[in-house]
Design a protein around this ligand. Structure first.
Ligand SMILES: *[C@@H]1O[C@H](CO)[C@@H](O)[C@H](O)[C@H]1NC(C)=O
Ligand SMILES: *[C@@H]1O[C@H](CO)[C@@H](O)[C@H](O)[C@H]1NC(C)=O
Ligand SMILES: *[C@@H]1O[C@H](CO)[C@@H](O)[C@H](O)[C@H]1NC(C)=O
Ligand SMILES: *[C@@H]1O[C@H](CO)[C@@H](O)[C@H](O)[C@H]1NC(C)=O
Ligand SMILES: *[C@@H]1O[C@H](CO)[C@@H](O)[C@H](O)[C@H]1NC(C)=O
Length: 563
């Protein structure tokens, strides 16, 4: 087994220093650029954050490519403000970073919520899940217990048995060390609400009536709307995080047999932004952020060392798949994928049955991904899976079968040009045309495979959550990217309010299209992915309601995910 490759080499350190100088020159450039063009569409902070996503010299090429590919998410349109709305002060909060205040325009104010909304849930961690002991997973600031590296699959430090539902607490702990916190909400570019929305609902999803499921959400919005910070923008500068899929918070009726809470449908929550691990393509108040992986680096060097190691690995499998079939879902292509994998010499399969299985062992999964060129990521019970991020961390090129599995979800974190880092095989090619995955993947030229893998590896810092007990220096992790995107979104909204720039044509059910717009684009039209997001017709359509239906099965995911 390949061993961890250790510290960065000397020439690289020199190069890094040189690059640092280069970087500061850019800061000055943007500083002056900022002063002269505060009203331009691309907030300078954004250019900055994109530029600094990675300083690893090895990746410079990938990064500059990235910066063209990553359109600012702020292009998402917002509903028009009512004419009577008091204008948010565009003073301190929108002032750009400057020498006297490098945090200008980046301050975040964190609401001091009563502990029943967060800390009490962690203290009462036994109630968080019927299916597993979440107390284990809330340790180490939410990273869970450290993973031993006995098989040499991980590195000796920075690896944890992290639950896929732990983002609530990881994000909040990362926020505690955000460098631009303020106690003066009038300075803040955005307001963070440290409510553990995912933990809250997971206590009541099974066997509780709708009033029990909605109680904390109603309690929370009542608390928030009484605060002076709320009235500034009607909560539209507020954001919160739930490490679960959006369908757990979109209950359409008050029938107990319907799934989840109605948090995201509350009028107050429609003004806020909720960051979730899977967002709704048809709604504008939720945004997808990466699932947590097992890797939580404590410093930049650990990331560079890991990236170097993923570049050098020998990958003996053309493709691989870890997952279970979905015999209960007639539309699922998982059965066909497993069949194809089983009958191909080029495919490695980790089938997840019920009970003990290697598919639940982080080291078996990561070892398989590390020895594969491509990793298949079909939908599970909902569009997305944590596994997509595990494969990126392993330097394995993800293969997606539905644009809802990543491309319309993680628009803050993944490049717009999906063919630069992934392969897309539309589900119907498998379902209806019995396309051979092996043949498709063999057609990718080895040079392209190499370039794509380099892209995937360059994404690693952006999709992992750094260890909240430590701090990365130059790299931006998934938290940094999300907070910057939120700030950009609120800044754009404030500009639009100030300029009374109305967006009357905004159609919420086209949210996924707005999320894909680039630069100054504001209008959406027909899209090649329309068939993937058609509206509910006969109940068989690939729609939100079927996703919500699927969420009911999510307890199976939880059971399967015990480590
Ligand atoms: C905000 O106030 C609290 C309590 O007074 C204090 O502990 C904290 O350090 C302050 N934070 C900032 C960013 O000033
Ligand atoms: C919902 O369940 C709670 C107990 O969890 C109970 O006290 C309450 O009366 C129930 N509400 C309704 C409307 O059934
Ligand atoms: C949502 O925002 C709009 C516009 O600022 C405001 O008029 C409305 O009152 C807000 N809703 C709530 C529930 O505060
Ligand atoms: C997207 O990436 C692919 C592969 O790197 C490249 O061939 C293509 O030109 C890119 N498309 C755009 C629009 O940049
Ligand atoms: C799908 O293709 C494989 C060969 O690639 C073949 O063995 C299998 O029978 C085909 N299945 C159907 C349903 O046509």
């Amino acid at each position: 087994m390949e061993k961890g490759s250790g510290k960065p080499h000397r020439p690289r350190v020199c190069f890094l220093a040189g690059l640092c100088v280069f970087f500061w020159v850019f800061i000055f450039y943007f500083h002056f650029n900022v002063l002269s063009s505060r009203r331009t569409s691309n907030p300078p902070q954004q250019s900055l954050s994109i530029f600094s996503i990675s300083i690893n010299p090895r990746e410079r090429q990938g990064v500059s490519k990235d910066s063209q590919l990553l359109a600012p998410h702020s292009s998402r349109s917002e509903p028009p403000p009512p004419p009577h709305e008091s204008e948010p002060s565009s003073g301190a909060a929108s002032a750009p970073p400057s020498k006297s205040d490098p945090c200008g325009g980046r301050y975040v104010y964190v609401h001091d919520l009563p502990p029943r909304f967060n800390d009490d849930m962690v203290r009462d961690c036994r109630k968080l899940s019927l299916w597993m002991d979440m107390c284990k997973f809330t340790t180490n600031a939410g990273l869970g217990p450290p993973l031993e590296n006995s098989e040499g699959v991980f590195s000796d430090t920075g690896w944890y048995a992290t639950s896929q539902f732990a983002v609530d607490v990881i994000f909040n702990n990362r926020m505690k060390q955000y460098e631009c916190l303020t106690n003066d909400s009038s300075l803040a570019a955005a307001i963070f609400v440290p409510f553990y929305a995912g933990f809250d609902i997971s206590r009541y999803l099974w066997g509780h009536n709708t009033s029990a499921r909605d109680a904390s959400s109603l309690d929370l919005v009542e608390w928030l709307m009484k605060r002076p910070e709320w009235s500034v923008m009607g909560g539209r500068d507020h954001f919160l995080v739930a490490g679960r899929i959006t369908w757990d918070f979109r209950r359409q009726t008050d029938s107990d047999s319907d799934w989840g809470s109605k948090l995201l449908l509350l009028p107050a929550a429609k003004n806020m932004s909720m960051l979730v691990v899977e967002s709704s393509p048809w709604n504008a108040n939720d945004f997808a952020i990466p699932y947590p992986t097992y890797f939580h680096p404590a410093n930049d060097a650990d990331v560079f060392a890991w990236q170097d190691r993923m570049r050098k690995l020998e990958r003996k499998h053309l493709f691989s798949f870890a997952g279970a079939p979905r015999p209960g879902s007639p539309n699922s292509i998982r059965g066909q994928i497993i069949e194809q994998c089983r009958s191909s010499k080029a495919c490695k399969l980790l089938e997840c049955g019920l009970g003990e299985s290697k598919c639940r062992s982080p080291s078996s999964i990561m070892q398989m991904f590390q020895t594969s060129l491509f990793c298949l990521q079909p939908q599970g019970d909902s569009y997305t899976r944590r596994s997509a991020f595990d494969s990126i961390v392993a330097g394995c090129i993800p293969v997606f079968f539905h644009p809802g599995s990543a491309y319309v979800q993680y628009t803050w974190h993944l490049p717009r040009n999906f063919s630069a880092y992934s392969v897309f095989i539309p589900e119907d090619d498998i379902r209806k045309r019995n396309a051979s995955i092996e043949e498709r993947l063999k057609q990718v030229h080895p040079d392209d495979v190499k370039a794509m893998r380099e892209q995937v590896i360059s994404l690693i810092p952006r999709v992992v959550y750094a260890d909240p007990q430590s701090k990365l220096k130059t790299l931006k992790d998934a938290f940094d990217v999300a907070v910057q995107a939120m700030i950009d979104k609120v800044m754009k909204l404030k500009r639009d309010v100030t300029d009374r720039r109305e967006d009357k044509d905004f159609v919420e059910k086209n949210s996924w299209k707005y999320a894909l717009l680039e630069g100054e684009q504001r209008a959406v039209g027909e899209h090649e992915w329309d068939p993937f997001f058609s509206e509910p017709k006969d109940g068989n359509a690939d729609s939100g309601s079927s996703s919500a239906e699927a969420a009911k099965n999510s307890w199976k995911i939880e059971q399967r995910n015990q480590t």
